[in-house]
Design a protein around this ligand. Structure first.
Ligand code: 7GP
Length: 823
């Protein structure tokens, strides 16, 4: 790899200074400590600042280039960025990792300790936020002039602890020790208004006078792509009081009143909402959305006007991607700016908006489609509500012209004309965007058939699929250096930014020497995982067991409860036949690993966590079971933990109720790292099956249409239970206190949920799931067959690189150049 040398005149000597010297200089002059007193965190900061220096060169260079070429810009608006740690990522992309490691070691320090003395930036809930982080990496790698916009939450996703097996939430405080990567931009400040009233002058021109306003201040983080030559920006907004604190009030002794305004303003960027797939019917959440969307639009237009003098062709130069409906207020906000501040007619403003904005949908769950009470909306955003009414009026005409029935039109307008209580953000985002995309082939198809059926009929060319992907830098090169090294030895390092090259290792799947090396890597990764489990839970794992892992937010549709029920069934089977003599084969040892957070208000998800821990307590302490089965729940799942769990797992659980997981991205990370998948035909599993081949992925269960059909006719699970002794035993154990210290009430809600209505089809899928698990037990005992499949998974997952996804967005949605588009 070559390190790029940039031509920043005033910084020309930077590369001539050895990296270690730069670190030492930062330790002394930036951190203010000498070597003898520096702690791991101080070293981490010094190393980070040294890498940051190097990144700044590429950053300034990229900015100059984009300006000079007037390259089309892409703005990715996302309420969430689930970044994780940044140091190793930046060292890797800048080609400085080995140099840094050597230097840290030369100072007599433990390399891991220093590199990991950084809190995860966890400004997100789950998949949606992590996708945004992968996209930032891939936009920089593929040379898209992309900028991320989000909120600089002071507190990211809560820290999860367990108390007696129940989830507890504690505030997280990632900024307490400072953030080495950010640049505060006090000169980049925008006013964001709320409330107030609107007046119209004689010509009909509107003037909105907000009742209150807060300021959005920019904080920038450089995002370097692979090899560090292209560096984009992630700009996060922090809220502060508009105008200074009122000193008169303060001097009069009313300290609290003076401070109150400040606190209220700052509350907007104080904390991430921890809901996942749930609507947040809270005023503050709406304000957060408006806050970051409006600041981002103001900022991009300010930049636009440094090159152009009117907004007529905005969509030729700028593409905005709305990450779910959270920034959907961009639709009326952009129209407002165009009309009220730049004098465009409504029709023209809508056209320009529809040339510029694009919307990604991440879930079909109806309860997760955002809607706001109209009264609240009117109270906070009176002008935006007027504009939404104009959009609805215009839309009505459009729909009538296309021959739609007015009942149907009512159902898809932003505000239903006869049930005026809600402002429906999904409809708003759809109507105001040029393209609307789903995140896997199946999900996109279901969008057309279900939630957006009527809108799709009206605009048949709007919906487009963009299957998700993951960045191979973080999710192979960094998290699995053993496997990355092995691959590079065989095929060179071209795969790092051209992941389809992994196909070149396919012929080695049956090569004895390669298999041996691949297995050795997996064993070492399993040991690293086992060490982490030991350290965090005190549970000792047998690394010969199948490491069977399910990590993701806890949700009924993801069916962690089906997995733990299978663990109970396995426990019962082992108890009944400890040596496996009756079944005629010894038991294949297995470790069931779970991690994930539940939304604080989602009782059933919290009950699932409790059940996992209750089952663990019984199973792990039963002498009849020993090493044959262990159940582990690792608290406080985050990106850094995933980086250990994914390379160290043999089996990946992707068992959502078919039709409910929009895509999944964990599924891709596991398969890339050579874990086999047990899963349903859901989300991107469907496309993984196409790529890895049906012999190399373990698909079971109902298909999406079968699920929909059962749900439609409210099929009950009782028949299935009646015919299954295995399920009956589990159900009676959950009611007789076997796993709840004799307490018979604890799982009553669970039993009603699963035993009575079973909306997520755990019961009808259970037998097929169990059978597939036993088939995998058998396969694992044939190491050659297992690892042939594992290697083929790695070899065939290249298409799931987020570089491919981003190029596809750039070509098909943004119409924006990238390194391979030849522009
Ligand atoms: C997730 C989807 O559940 C997951 O299937 C997908 O891979 C991921 O987005 C990225 O597209 N959705 C969320 O995380 C989420 O919060 C609600 O969706 C808006």
């Amino acid at each position: 790899m070559t390190t790029i040398k940039h031509k920043i005149d005033d910084a020309k000597d930077l590369h001539d200074e050895p990296f270690g010297d730069v670190v030492l200089r930062h330790l002394i002059y930036s951190v203010g400590k000498d070597k003898t007193h520096a702690e791991a965190r101080d070293w981490n900061v010094a190393v980070s600042l040294a890498v940051r220096d190097r990144m700044v060169e590429g950053w300034i260079d990229t900015t100059r280039h984009v300006y000079a070429r007037q390259q089309k810009r892409v703005y990715y608006l996302s309420m969430e960025f689930m970044i994780g740690r940044m140091l190793e990522d930046n060292l890797t992309n800048l080609g400085l990792l080995s140099e840094a490691k050597e230097f840290i070691a030369s100072q007599g320090l433990d390399v891991e300790t220093v590199l990991h003395a950084e809190q995860d930036a966890a400004l997100g809930n789950g998949g949606l936020g992590r996708l945004a982080a992968c996209f930032m990496d891939s936009m920089a790698t593929t040379g898209v002039a992309g900028m991320g916009y989000g909120i600089r939450y002071q507190h990211g996703i809560f820290r999860q602890t367990l108390e007696d097996g129940w989830q507890m939430e504690e505030p997280e405080d990632w900024l307490f020790e400072g953030n080495s990567w950010e640049f505060r931009r006090p000169e980049v400040v925008y006013e964001i208004g709320f409330g107030g009233h609107v007046t119209h002058d004689a010509d009909g021109k509107a003037t909105w006078t907000p009742a209150e306003s807060v300021q959005a201040v920019a904080f920038d983080m450089p995002i370097a792509g692979w090899e560090g030559d292209h560096v984009n920006t992630l700009r996060l907004w922090s809220a502060r009081q508009s105008g200074m604190m009122n000193l008169d009030t303060f001097n009069d002794g009313d300290f609290m009143a003076a401070a109150r305004q400040q606190v209220l303003a700052e509350t907007i960027s104080k904390v991430l909402y921890p809901g996942d797939h749930t609507p947040q019917g809270r005023e503050l959440r709406l304000k957060q959305e408006v806050f970051f969307t409006s600041a981002s639009l103001q900022d991009m237009l300010r930049r636009f006007f440094t090159n152009y003098d009117n907004l007529d062709n905005l969509g030729d130069h700028v593409a905005v991607q709305l990450n779910d409906t959270h920034p959907a207020i961009a639709v009326p906000e952009l129209i407002r700016i165009l009309m009220d501040l730049h004098g465009y007619t409504f029709e023209r403003a809508l056209e320009i908006t529809r040339e510029t904005l694009h919307y990604t949908n991440h879930t079909l769950l109806p309860e997760a489609l955002e809607k706001w009470p109209k009264d609240l909306f009117e109270h906070i955003l009176p002008r935006h509500l007027q504009i939404i009414n104009m959009i609805d009026g215009h839309f009505y005409q459009e729909a009538m012209a296309k021959g739609l029935d007015h009942h149907i039109i009512a159902g898809i307008q932003v505000i239903h004309p006869h049930q005026q209580d809600w402002v429906r953000m999904g409809n708003l985002a759809f109507i105001g965007s040029r393209k609307v995309n789903g995140v896997s082939a199946l999900h996109t198809e279901l969008m057309k058939q279900t939630v957006f059926h009527d809108l799709h009929t009206m605009y048949p060319d709007k919906i487009i699929n963009q299957t998700n992907g993951v960045t191979p830098r973080r999710w192979l090169l960094e998290c699995n250096p053993g496997l990355a090294g092995l691959i590079t030895e065989q095929i060179g390092d071209g795969w790092i930014d051209d992941l389809e090259q992994l196909q070149k290792i396919a012929p080695l799947a049956t090569d004895a020497a390669f298999q041996k090396a691949y297995r050795a890597v997996k064993s070492a990764n399993k040991q690293r995982l086992a060490d982490m489990v030991q350290e965090r839970t005190g549970i000792t794992l047998n690394t010969d067991a199948i490491f069977d892992t399910q990590i993701k937010r806890i949700h009924e549709y993801k069916r962690q409860h089906m997995n733990i029920m299978e663990a109970i069934a396995l426990y019962n089977a082992i108890k009944a036949d400890p040596e496996g003599t009756k079944r005629g084969a010894a038991w294949q040892p297995r470790v069931k690993i779970f991690a994930g957070k539940a939304a604080p208000s989602y009782f059933f998800a919290k009950l699932i966590i409790k059940l996992i821990n209750d089952v663990a307590a019984v199973v792990n302490n039963d002498p009849d079971i020993g090493d044959k089965l262990k159940v582990v729940f690792l608290p406080n799942y985050n990106v850094s933990m995933a980086e250990v769990l994914i390379p160290g797992s043999d089996l990946s659980e992707q068992i959502s109720t078919a039709g409910f997981e929009a895509s999944g991205t964990g599924n891709m990370k596991f398969a890339l790292n050579g874990a086999l998948t047990i899963g349903t035909l859901d989300g991107a599993n469907v496309e993984m099956l196409d790529h890895v081949g049906e012999d190399n992925i373990f698909i079971f269960g109902l298909k999406a249409d079968e699920v929909a059909e059962r749900q439609h006719r409210r099929a009950r699970p009782s028949e299935v239970i009646k015919n299954s002794p295995m399920l009956q035993q589990i159900m009676s154990q959950l009611s007789d206190g076997t796993f709840s210290d004799g307490e018979t009430e604890r799982y009553r809600d669970f039993l009603t949920n699963v035993g009575d209505h079973d909306y997520f089809q755990v019961i009808p899928d259970f037998q097929a799931y169990w059978d597939m698990q036993r088939q995998l037990d058998g396969l694992y005992q044939n190491a050659e067959a297992w690892f042939e499949k594992a290697i083929l998974n790695t070899a065939r997952m290249g298409w799931f690189s987020s570089d491919r996804t981003i190029r596809s967005y750039a070509d098909q949605i943004w119409r924006a150049p990238h390194k391979m588009s030849g522009t």
